[in-house]
Design a protein around this ligand. Sequence first.
Ligand SMILES: [Zn+2]
Length: 244
Amino acid sequence: MTDAHPPTATTPNALLDTLWRFLRGDMTTSEFEGWTYETPALEALLGPDLYLAVVSTFFSNPEEVDKTRDILERFAREQTDMRCECITLRSLDVVDMGHHEHIFKTLDKLASRGPQYWWLSIEVCRECTQPWLIASEERQNDVFCMRRLSTEEHALFLESGTWPSDFDSYGRLLEIGREAGRSVRWVAPLEAGSVRETIADLAKERPGIGLSELCSLLNLDAQTITTIVEDISDDRNIRVDLQK
Ligand SMILES: [Zn+2]
């Protein structure tokens, strides 16, 4: 017999886990809506009143969804042993430096990648054992990019030292910051050494990168970028397409 539709896990822990996936943003509202209708076992977990409130939510109304999300988050926090914040983080998340202590206090560094990838580390939560790939993007947006690692990825790293490649590109970190709505405002970009370093690295990582893409990634105007590129391209192997 083939089992094309394996039964949805309905143990309280599995249900709570799915609830958290919605709350932290790893599950879309419509996926969550579908799941609530398909999962009658949810009533036993939530109790009749909360269950009714959830299934009668008008999911196409963002305000109603926000309200339901707030109630569910309160419930989920009560039901969860919150000794760490891992469960509240998206599988790919961005955490602002300076607002990261409550998350990082349970993380232990397993490894740093080393000089060529100075921004990369793998950290493991000592409370829930969740491993994270972490990039410290401290040149532009001052954020930590975090990616939940699977058991397999963690095991592979322990066995062979294989690093997941998601955050190898510094340009990718800037894109992730941009997608998360981070855009630093430089007061004196021409004097900031880190801007020069970032432009130089991006031009090496992506030879021929366009001026407009640099403007977007670094949140700087074309004149400023052009000035810096002209300044640093003399003594380095920098290729930027100033017409693009
Ligand atoms: Zn944890």
